[in-house]
Each structure stands twice: as structure tokens, then as C-alpha cells.
Ligand binder design. Structure first.
Ligand SMILES: [Zn+2]
Length: 262
């Protein structure tokens, strides 16, 4: 999404009124990826999923302020259904530990990190190392979940490959963190009924998708929709997204999601 399209979308969203009842009867699950240093302008401009530290900090301020009131409280993805907000990060970027975690922990905000073991093993410096992932897993309020073993489109694999991706990622993360891993997010948001069935049979209780939407009564625990957070989302945009004012855009996102890394 380029800047012009984003501004148009922001304009439409600002004018979009949402009923109070809709807001109070659903939870928002935020999907972050990378949070980059303010000096890393090239990343912020080129990658829709690389938000600046300044914008992220402004989001944390909103979430911390509203954490005191019941309908907007920050809750774990695994908490039984209630309204509120859950915070998630995909892929296992190093900056989840170095930039995002300190801000969230300082404000007692819990969050999930869905990690792809192959990213960790790759040795690529933009991802968490094994030692860093272990450190992250021990922070208060942090839950580590899986994100496939090698970030493949699970809905395009054979049954044995799906089982392999879902079990090996779970076991690898459990061995490293010494904690049960019962949550995951689908790489590229790609899943189907077979993937969900296998996820359930190998021990996942909750799985987040990349489909835009609300988590509400009746939502399947292995098909939890989320709200995309982008590099251009300032504090105002986050408030609008939490309010449901950007929900109209969800249906037009699939082309973007097909080509993005997620
Ligand atoms: Zn991903």
C-alpha cells in the first residue's frame, strides 16, 4: 500500500462511524511484525510491516492508558473470551526483544510472539538468536507460540508435511523455552480445514490467522482473526483500528496478504 492509498484509506476510516455495542462485544487482536529504530528510515519506508519505535511507543501509550478499563483491557490470546485487546508479533524479529518488549513490559502489557524456528536457526541477524529467544520467553507476560517451522504456506502442503511443520516447530520451541507451546499463527495467513484439524490434533489450542476481523463469541479458537498494523499507522490510526473504523478495509486485503511475507 503506497502513501497515497494509505491516506485515502485513512480518510475513509476517519469518517466511518462504528456503534458502541459493536466495539464492546469484540476483542481486537493486533498483528505486529518488526519494530525498527527511528534511524532506520529505509526499512520504515519500504516495509509495510516495519513500524518505527516512535509510532510503536505511541501505540503502547494508548494500550497502557486503556488497560485500566474493562472493555479495552489487554488480555492474553489464551484468556477465555472477553472483549479487550491482545497483542501479537509474528516471525521472531530480534527487535521484538530489543525494542518492543522493554516498552510493553514496562507497562505490564502481555503479548504473544509467534516464532519460526528456521528464522532463528538461520543465523540472520535480524531474527532472534536461540539465546535471545530464551531471554524473551522468560520475560513476564510473554507467551511464545509457533509460526510453522520454515514459514511455508501450510495450505499447499501434503498431510505429512503439515504434520512435520506443526510438530517440529512446537517441539523445537518447547525444548528451547522449557514451556508448553499451545498457540500459533499461520505463516502467510495460509490455512484450510485440514491444517486446522492437524493443528488441533498435535496440541495447539489457539491459532491466529491474518484475516481481518473481530474476535467475538462464536469465533473458532483455531481461526482467530487479527488486525494488521502497518508502518504508517500513527497513534490516531491505531485508535481507529481498535474502534473498528478500518474494518471495511479487511475484505480488500487478500491481494496484499498473498504477496506479503507475514
Ligand atoms: Zn510470518
Amino acid at each position: 500500500m503506497n502513501l497515497l492509498k494509505y491516506r485515502v484509506a485513512q480518510f475513509v476510516s476517519a469518517a466511518n462511524l462504528v456503534s458502541r455495542r459493536d466495539k464492546q462485544n469484540s476483542r481486537r487482536v493486533l498483528m505486529y511484525h518488526s519494530v525498527v529504530k527511528n534511524t532506520d528510515l529505509a526499512m520504515q519506508k519500504s516495509d509495510i510491516y516495519a513500524i518505527s519505535e516512535t509510532y510503536f511507543n505511541s501505540h503502547v501509550n494508548v494500550l497502557a492508558r486503556q488497560n485500566n478499563s474493562a472493555p479495552d483491557k489487554v488480555v492474553s490470546l489464551e484468556d477465555s473470551y472477553s472483549a479487550g485487546v491482545s497483542i501479537t508479533f509474528d516471525d521472531g524479529y530480534k527487535d521484538t526483544l530489543t525494542i518492543a518488549a522493554p516498552l510493553l513490559c514496562k507497562n505490564n502489557l502481555s503479548f504473544h510472539v509467534f516464532v519460526t524456528p528456521a528464522n532463528v536457526i538461520s543465523g540472520d541477524g535480524k531474527y532472534l538468536s536461540e539465546a535471545e529467544l530464551t531471554t524473551l520467553s522468560k520475560l513476564p507476560g510473554v507467551t511464545i507460540g509457533a509460526h510453522g517451522f520454515s514459514h511455508r504456506h501450510l495450505n499447499s502442503l501434503h498431510e505429512t508435511e503439515i504434520i512435520e511443520e506443526l510438530t517440529s516447530s512446537k517441539q523445537w520451541l518447547e525444548n528451547l523455552t522449557q514451556k508448553a507451546v499451545t498457540t500459533m499463527s499461520y505463516p502467510h495467513g495460509a490455512f484450510n480445514s485440514q491444517v486446522k484439524e492437524i493443528a488441533s490434533s498435535v496440541g495447539y489450542l489457539y491459532a491466529a490467522t491474518s484475516s481481518w476481523g473481530r474476535y467475538q463469541v462464536g469465533t473458532e479458537p483455531l481461526e482467530i482473526p487479527r488486525i494488521d498494523v502497518w508502518n504508517l499507522d500513527n497513534q490516531k490510526a491505531l485508535k481507529q483500528k481498535l474502534n473498528g473504523q478500518w474494518d471495511w478495509i479487511g475484505k480488500s486485503l487478500s491481494p496484499l496478504q498473498e504477496t506479503s511475507k507475514q
